[in-house]
Design a protein around this ligand. Structure first.
Ligand code: GDP
Ligand code: MG
Length: 235
């Protein structure tokens, strides 16, 4: 029987959206999750060539979510300004029907790497130390080849960064926010653990065995993620 309720999605897929700058550990956390849950797709903006199409990242994410086994996409980009967050919501909602049946809804989860009390000076110190150690091991930021250029790109991101503000759009559109802490030594280990704990409340993800991850499985996935070497060079 038809009812208005039938317009509600019968189940959800999940889009994890970082709020971050360069060097916050987005890729490390997402590689760790991808090791633990191979069906969660990791789509890196840094792997997408610079092309005129403005919706390549969202197209790639929706292509992944259209696969029956894929319930979660890890949308790896900094989204450090409101405009980028708004663009993701606009594009996901506009393009969704081209990829997914109407009874599948999307939930948008903010992964907030920059807590409201982390000052920009502190953010700079932490991420500079990480990115300088990363050296050339990145698609486009080759710190060892050109430190000055890498630092100026990083400064741009930190300078423009807009803290998450869920009291107004676009940030009020997030269904959930998971707070990261990047101030401790192996922050990506703890951050991944927190994401798993928070996501385990969603019924669709419980069946993926999300609540069966222990510290030793997490540690081995995290170690693999730390040794990640990108295969693509972005110019
Ligand atoms: P992104 O720019 O936000 O994607 O940051 P990355 O994930 O590339 O992390 C920046 C650098 O810090 C990389 O060289 C990582 O291997 C390293 N890194 C990230 N998280 C941790 C951590 O918890 N412990 C250690 N020792 N290194 C980390
Ligand atoms: Mg990265």
């Amino acid at each position: 029987m038809f009812s208005v309720l039938s317009l509600e999605p019968s189940r959800y897929k999940y889009v994890l959206i970082p709020i971050a700058t360069i060097g916050c550990g987005k890729t490390t956390v997402f590689r760790t999750l991808n090791e633990l849950f191979p069906n969660w797709s990791h789509v890196q903006n840094d792997d997408i060539p610079k092309v005129p199409s403005k919706s390549r990242l969202v197209d790639s994410c929706l292509t992944e979510l259209a696969k029956p086994d894929v319930d979660v996409v890890l949308c790896d980009r900094n989204n450090h300004v409101f405009r980028e967050r708004a663009q993701l919501f606009d594009q996901f909602l506009a393009l969704k029907e081209n990829f997914l049946p109407a009874d599948i809804g999307l939930k948008f989860v903010a992964v907030n790497f920059v807590k409201s009390d982390l000052t920009k000076d502190k953010l700079w110190d932490i991420t500079l130390s990480r990115v300088s150690k990363r050296g050339n091991n990145h698609q486009s930021i080759k710190f060892s080849d050109d430190e000055e250029h890498a630092m100026s790109v990083m400064k741009g991101f930190v300078g423009r960064f807009k803290y998450l503000d869920t009291s107004v759009e676009p940030d009020s559109l997030f269904d959930d926010v998971i707070e990261m802490d990047i101030e401790n030594k192996d922050f990506s280990f703890n951050n991944t653990k927190k994401i798993i704990q928070e996501l385990s409340k969603f019924p669709e993800l419980q069946k993926a065995g999300i609540d069966k991850i222990d510290d030793s499985k997490l540690e081995s996935a995290f170690q693999k993620a730390l040794s990640y070497v990108p295969t693509f060079t972005k110019t």
